[in-house]
Design a protein around this ligand. Structure first.
Ligand code: IVH
Length: 681
């Protein structure tokens, strides 16, 4: 009784495994659109093999273990390989590799061949699509995919479009028949470029370079294949003329011969001695993996002597003389447990997926950035989803895709929070913008240091001596929370900070006090409103003249200012309607910050009728800002010097304009003269 129930349970697991694996096979081979990472597929396959090995009576001819892999798409002509295209046994650890090497030596010993240390030909295991090419009398007559190993698909037309594949062998005495096996792949750079372009056109992107290669090779229209950045390396033989075979003694000689024929071979191939040599090679290629221009998923070792290869022979459809030593998977499955939003120094909100911890690419990963809401929407990531996570080299882990058919009914969409998770201020995401921002620029702890550093910077309130390190300390010690707090610091408090003696503390207090006398434009710039740079701040100052008028202006009114479009108008409006910001502004005014009344654009225009040209780098403002301010006072700003130029304003490293002005006897102004013309001290 108990036995029977155990058996039916096992049978149920077998049925389930076979069904799942077949579904994955179809998605992978026929649709070039895998639903799960290789590691997951390998685990299922291994479990199936394990059960079948323990219960051979349960093996069925249609079990996925009974075929080499692959399934054919209907549209291509079927071709039977003259020699089967083999698969490889895998080794997932050093111990499994050692066991392989021992089996090789034991078997050779049985044939009275004593090999203390076997010499292997080692090369990367390329992650592409296997192909077989047939050259007759030196001419490429035929190209096929691997298919199920026995029959593949005729992709001759497509193979012929791959530029590195010779249509004719480079030899004056070509063999009657040469079949070569290799891997078509898409180099990583080409893959990234291709996906970027496809995304921009709104077309389907590929999950990884391998699927891109397989998909491209199986295009019905060869013109499409031709447009894809494909390449190919060759590493083995199929059917070949006897006269050619006779001269070949080793695997490395085969590779040399292919190279001489003009076929590309992997430049990393090498001869290694024994297990120790294999492991050394494995580690070396492992460290290079992330920087190789193409994807690999392990290394392959082949017994180098061909007579020994013949002696060892085959088991089912894999050679006994070769093994694939796999690298840790770079893609794994895991579950999105939640999505949190991190606030950066500039207020940008970044969605970060909290994951069920998973071992991938050699480390345990529990978070993955989703960059921004556009990305979340494009990938359609939801909380509760099963996702493919990828970690390649030292690159930060990313969510590659969602496994849609594993989405639970209760999966929740990711929503952008309305309030900043750090400070509770409003979150703004303008139409068409990928990035959402917290608008509590002056109060948000996440943005505090950046806000204060910006406020004190030279082109804003210009507090001399208040560098980044000091700002860090002041915020970390809780002495400063908003820019307004700067104005209440005492010399005693400052003298306690690292690297600040009494003298410099007193100097800093004086500099802070001095910054209270400013101008309206600098003050606005210092507030750090998103999308409001120095020039826009100056333009706003000139246009409004009065802070209260600006703070109460609606978006329509704001849009009347030069350079202020809908996005900037919305940012300004939102900033001044965030109560925390309003409070800080109030505190700043109460601390005594003031500026001379600004002459309105429509009113007094002391520079009307004058034309200026600016050259070189100014120290206290950008050229754009200087231009905006000059224009606000009625001046024109031209791009080249002429006789009509009133003055050339010269900053550091002036250009050829300076000489032109001297030749034309045009007046030359320093930055100080400019500032006095602008009404600054
Ligand atoms: S040798 C007789 N060498 O791996 C041995 N295969 O899992 C035939 N592959 O179908 C394979 N790089 O598509 C060999 N350097 C390499 C390889 C390689 C990738 C693929 C090949 C094969 C599969 C077996």
């Amino acid at each position: 009784m108990e036995r029977a129930s155990k058996r039916s349970k096992l049978q149920a697991e077998l049925d389930e495994l076979r069904k799942t694996i077949e579904a994955h096979n179809y998605a992978y081979y026929a649709l070039d659109n895998p639903t799960v990472p290789d590691a997951e597929y390998d685990r299922l396959m291994r479990r199936l093999q394990e059960i079948e090995a323990a219960h051979p009576e349960l093996v069925t001819p249609d079990s996925p273990t009974q075929r080499v892999g692959g399934t054919k798409l209907e549209a291509f002509r079927e071709v039977r390989h003259a020699r089967p295209m083999l698969s490889l046994e895998n080794a997932f650890s050093d111990a499994e590799l050692e066991a392989f090497d021992k089996r090789v030596r034991d078997r050779l010993a049985d044939a009275d061949i004593s090999a203390e240390r076997v010499t292997y030909w080692a090369e990367p295991k390329l992650d592409g699509a296997a192909v077989s090419l047939r050259y007759e009398n030196g001419e490429l007559v035929f190209g096929a995919t691997r298919g199920d190993g026995t029959t593949g698909e005729d992709v001759t037309h497509n193979v012929r479009t791959i530029r590195s594949i010779p249509l004719r062998l480079r030899t004056s005495r070509p063999p009657a028949v040469l079949e070569v096996r290799g891997e078509v792949f898409m180099p990583r750079a080409g893959f990234l470029e291709f996906n970027k372009a496809a995304q921009e056109r709104g077309e389907k992107t590929f999950v990884n370079p391998r699927n891109a290669a397989a998909g491209s090779l199986r295009q019905l229209d060869p013109r499409l294949t031709a447009s894809r950045p494909l390449d190919a390396f060759f590493y083995a033989l199929g059917e070949v003329s006897d006269e050619l075979l006779r001269g070949l003694k080793t695997q490395s000689a085969i590779v040399e011969m292919l190279k001489a024929f003009g076929l590309r071979t992997c430049p990393e191939g090498a001869i290694v001695e024994g297990v120790a040599g294999c492991l050394e090679y494995y580690r070396r290629i492992g460290t290079q993996r992330a920087s190789l221009p193409y994807d690999i998923d392990g290394v392959v070792y082949k017994v180098n002597r061909l007579d020994w290869q013949r002696e060892l022979g085959f088991v089912s459809r894999a050679p006994r003389w070769a093994v694939a030593h796999k690298f840790p998977a770079q893609e794994e499955l895991t579950i999105v447990r939640g999505v949190e939003f991190q606030v950066g120094r500039t207020g940008a909100l970044t969605p970060v997926a909290r994951l069920e911890p998973v071992f991938v690419g050699g480390v345990t990963v529990s978070n993955a950035t989703l960059h921004n809401m556009d990305e979340v929407e494009r990938k359609d990531v939801r909380i509760g989803d099963t996702v493919i996570i990828r970690r390649a080299g030292d690159v930060i882990p990313e969510i590659v895709a969602v496994v849609k058919d594993r989405r639970p009914a209760e999966a929740r969409r990711v929503r952008l929070p309305k309030k900043c998770p750090v400070c509770g201020s409003d979150v703004e995401r303008s139409e068409g913008e990928a990035i959402a921002r917290c608008i509590g620029g002056l109060v948000c702890p996440a943005q505090r240091k950046e806000a204060i550093r910006h406020f004190a910077s030279r082109r804003a309130l210009n507090i001399e001596g208040l560098g980044e390190k000091l700002v860090d300390q002041l915020v970390d010690l809780g002495l400063v929370r908003t820019p307004a707090d700067l104005y209440h610091l005492t010399a005693e408090q400052l003298a306690k900070l690292d690297r600040l003696g009494e003298k410099s503390a007193a100097k800093l207090v004086a500099a802070i006090a001095k910054s209270k006398e400013t101008n309206f434009g600098r003050f606005l710039h210092g507030l750090g409103i998103a999308n409001v740079g120095e020039a826009t701040a100056m333009a706003l100052a000139n246009e409004f003249g009065d802070l209260d008028d600006l703070m109460t202006a609606d978006e329509e009114r704001l849009k009347q200012v030069a350079d202020v479009g809908p996005v900037v108008a919305a940012a300004i409006h939102a900033f001044f309607h965030e109560p925390h910001n309003v409070e800080v502004i109030k505190a700043l005014r109460a601390a005594g910050i003031r500026w001379p009344a600004v002459r309105r654009k429509s009113g007094d225009q002391p520079l009307l009728g004058k034309t200026f040209v600016i050259t070189g780098t100014l120290e206290t403002m950008t050229r754009d800002a200087a231009k905006a301010r000059l224009q606000a006072l009625g001046a024109k700003v031209a791009s080249s010097v002429s006789k009509r130029t009133t003055a050339l304003i010269v900053g550091n490293d002036p250009g050829s304009k300076l000489q032109a002005a001297q030749e034309l006897n045009v007046e030359i102004w320093s930055e100080a003269q400019l500032r006095s013309a602008l009404g600054e001290a």
